[in-house]
Design a protein around this ligand. Structure first.
Ligand SMILES: CC(C)(COP(=O)(O)OP(=O)(O)OC[C@H]1O[C@@H](n2cnc3c(N)ncnc32)[C@H](O)[C@@H]1OP(=O)(O)O)[C@@H](O)C(=O)NCCC(=O)NCCS
Length: 331
C-alpha cells in the first residue's frame, strides 16, 4: 500500500499545570478511600487542582503561549483558535473566545469543540480540515480542562480520578518534509451517553436548587462499563489508524494514550501489540485531565527525549459520548 503523505504539521506544543498538588492521602481525608486503593486500581498517585479563580481559558492560554513562542508565531498570525474542553468557564460565550482575548489573537475566529476526553484529537481533525481546504494558514488547537469544577468531591468512585491542566499545539499545512498527521480515525456512539455524563444543569434539566442538592450537575459514571468499552474501542482505533498510515506496530516509536487509568493504558497497549516501554504514562502525576491528557503527554514526551524529529507516534483517546479516536503522527 502506498504510504500517505502527512497533511498538516504540529509545529510545536506547550502545556500548563496548576501548582497545587493533591495526593491520594489528601483525598483520603475527604472520602472513604486510601492511597493503596487508588494506586492499585488506577495508577494515580497525585493530581493538580486549579484554584477557584483560575479559569479553563487562562490555563489554555498559558499552554498556548508556550506553543506559540516555540513556533515563532505572533498572536496576530493565528487564523483560528479551536479549544477543546468539557469544563467551559461559562455557557456563553465559548471558552475559546475568552482564550483568544487573553492571547490577543485578534485576527482569528474562535470556537469550542466538545468531545470530552477525545476532544483534542477531534479538534486536530477540525484544524486539519480548515488547513487542507486552504481556509487558514496557522491554527491554534488548545485543550484545557478544569475537571475539579465538575467533580463530585463526595463521590469516591469518581473524585479520585480527575485532575486539571492544559495543553496546546500550533498547526500549519505540512511542507513536504514528511512531518505531521499521517492518518486518523474518529468515532462516537451516542447510545452509550448515559455511561458517563453530567445529567443536570443543561437545557434538558435546567439548573435548580434540586439539581444542586442532588449533585446531578456533576460527573456521574459507570466505571466498569466504561473500562470495557475504553479498551476495546481504543485498541481497534489504534489498528485502523496504523493501517491507514501504512504502518505496523513495529514502526511505532511511542504510543501517547489518553491517561484515564494505568490498567486501561496497559490493556490497550497489550491489545494493540505494543510493549509497555513504548507507551507514555503520566497518569500517576496528573490523573485524568480529559482532553488535555494527550497534548500534555506529547509535550512531556518531547521534553523527555522520548520523541524527536522523524518519530512515529500513535495517539489514542476515549471519553464521554461515548467518543473515541486515534491518530498516527510523524514528529
Ligand atoms: C473507576 C474504577 C477505577 C473502579 O475500579 P473497579 O475495579 O471497576 O471497582 P468497582 O467500581 O467495581 O468497585 C469495587 C469496590 O470498590 C469501591 N470503591 C470505589 N471507589 C473507591 C475508592 N476511591 N476507594 C475505595 N473504594 C472504592 C466500590 O464502592 C466497590 O465496593 P463494593 O465492592 O463494596 O461495592 C474503574 O472501573 C475504572 O477505571 N473505570 C474507568 C473509568 C474511567 O477511566 N473513566 C473516564 C474515561 S475517560
Amino acid at each position: 500500500m502506498r504510504k500517505p503523505e502527512p497533511t498538516v504539521e504540529l509545529i510545536s506544543t506547550g502545556r500548563f499545570l496548576p501548582d497545587c498538588v493533591v495526593t491520594n492521602d489528601d483525598l483520603a481525608k475527604r472520602v472513604d478511600t486510601s492511597d493503596e486503593w487508588i494506586r492499585t486500581r488506577t495508577g494515580i498517585r497525585e493530581r493538580r487542582v486549579a484554584p477557584d479563580d483560575m479559569t479553563a481559558a487562562f490555563m489554555g492560554a498559558e499552554a498556548a503561549k508556550v506553543a506559540m513562542q516555540r513556533a515563532g508565531v505572533e498572536p496576530g498570525e493565528v487564523d483560528i483558535v479551536i479549544l477543546s474542553t468539557a469544563t467551559p468557564d461559562r455557557w456563553l460565550p465559548s471558552t475559546a473566545c475568552d482564550a483568544q482575548a487573553l492571547l490577543g489573537c485578534t485576527n482569528a475566529f474562535a470556537f469550542d469543540v466538545m468531545a470530552a476526553c477525545t476532544g483534542f484529537l477531534y479538534a486536530l481533525t477540525v484544524a486539519e480540515g480548515y488547513l487542507m481546504a486552504g481556509r487558514a494558514e496557522v491554527v491554534l488547537v488548545i485543550a484545557s480542562e478544569k475537571m475539579s469544577s465538575i467533580t463530585n468531591w463526595e463521590d469516591r468512585t469518581t473524585c479520585v480520578l480527575f485532575g486539571d491542566g492544559a495543553g496546546a499545539t500550533v498547526l500549519r499545512k505540512a511542507n513536504g518534509a514528511g512531518r505531521g498527521i499521517l492518518s486518523s480515525v474518529m468515532r462516537s456512539d451516542g447510545n452509550l451517553a448515559d455511561l458517563l455524563n453530567r445529567p443536570g444543569g443543561g437545557a434538558a434539566e435546567p439548573m435548580s436548587q434540586a439539581i444542586l442538592e442532588s449533585g446531578r450537575h456533576l460527573i456521574q459514571m459507570q466505571g466498569r462499563e466504561i473500562f470495557k468499552h475504553a479498551v476495546r474501542s481504543m485498541a481497534e482505533a489504534c489498528d485502523i489508524a496504523l493501517k491507514r498510515a501504512g504502518l505496523t506496530v513495529d514502526d511505532v516509536d511511542l504510543l501517547v494514550p489518553h491517561q484515564a487509568n494505568i490498567r486501561i493504558i496497559e490493556a490497550t497497549a497489550k491489545y494493540a501489540g505494543l510493549p509497555l516501554d513504548k507507551v507514555f504514562v503520566n497518569v500517576d502525576r496528573y490523573g485524568n485531565m480529559s482532553s488535555a491528557s494527550v497534548p500534555v503527554g506529547l509535550d512531556e514526551a518531547q521534553e523527555q527525549g522520548l520523541i524527536g524529529p522523524g518519530s512515529n507516534i500513535l495517539t489514542v483517546a476515549f471519553g464521554a459520548g461515548l467518543t473515541w479516536g486515534a491518530m498516527a503522527l510523524r514528529w
